[in-house]
Design a protein around this ligand. Structure first.
Ligand code: DC
Length: 224
């Protein structure tokens, strides 16, 4: 079966990573969460007190950031300069700063370059906000995932609470809504629907149903 590129874009916390990971496992494809890359850059900026409003400071910092993914049975872990930060980047202090960081064109340019490199051989499932529009405009399959904001906030709240983080529901919901707003209205590579995306609203779909839908689309693209 010839390998394709699958781009999954959509709003915050609507299960893009879960679907992308499941598709990657089902197809034997590499799965990349590009949100993890923006989050890891944000963590570096926080830890090193990089002023995100000073272009030269951002460019200098980017030279010292090395990102790579390490796969194990629990998924794909992002490493920042050799350190596994996949837990740390999911915390609220990172979530609160990541959208302003993802607005910065210098950051985007570097992330997009690395992402395109990872997809050179095809056989990748990549999730993010601009994968079908900017990173891989020629991806064979583009999925735009969305869900009701209440449903998304509840899912993220449950996930954070299960990890022992003390968060309040409104705080989580407001953070989601604010990230959606910044991600969709920024000048550089805003979240938007590519003309050839297939929209899946998963508000009332379980994981298996979403995976089946997506696998049907893959079969169509591969055979067509
Ligand atoms: O997918 P996520 O929620 O982990 O992404 C974190 C943030 O990174 C999100 O608020 C927007 C940004 N992002 C982006 O701008 N472009 C991408 N391709 C992926 C994420």
């Amino acid at each position: 079966m010839n390998k394709i590129i699958i781009a999954i874009d959509g709003h915050s916390s609507c299960g893009k990573s879960t679907l992308a990971r499941a598709l990657g496992n089902a197809l034997g494809y590499t799965y990349i969460s590009t949100g993890d890359m923006y989050r890891a850059v944000t963590l570096y900026f926080i830890e090193n007190q990089v002023d995100i409003h000073v272009k030269t400071a951002v460019l200098e910092a980017l030279k010292h950031i090395n990102l790579h993914f390490v796969a194990d049975e629990n998924g794909n872990h992002i490493h920042l300069n050799g350190r596994d930060v996949s837990e740390e980047i999911r915390k609220m202090h990172v979530a609160e700063l990541v959208s302003p960081v993802a607005v910065i064109s210098e950051v985007r340019r570097e992330m997009v370059r690395q992402q395109q490199d990872m997809g050179k051989e095809k056989g990748v499932v990549m999730d993010g906000r601009d994968i079908g529009t900017v990173v891989f405009p020629n991806a064979e399959l583009k999925i735009f995932l969305t869900a009701d904001v209440e449903v998304r906030a509840q899912r993220r709240f449950d996930e954070l609470t299960a990890k022992g983080q003390h968060v309040n529901f409104d705080e989580v919901k407001n953070n989601l809504a604010e990230r959606d707003r910044i991600d969709s209205t920024r000048a550089d590579s805003p979240l938007r629907l590519a003309d050839d995306s297939v929209v899946i609203d998963n508000s009332s779909l379980n994981h298996e149903q979403q995976l089946e839908l997506a696998l049907d689309l893959v079969r169509e693209r591969v055979s067509g």
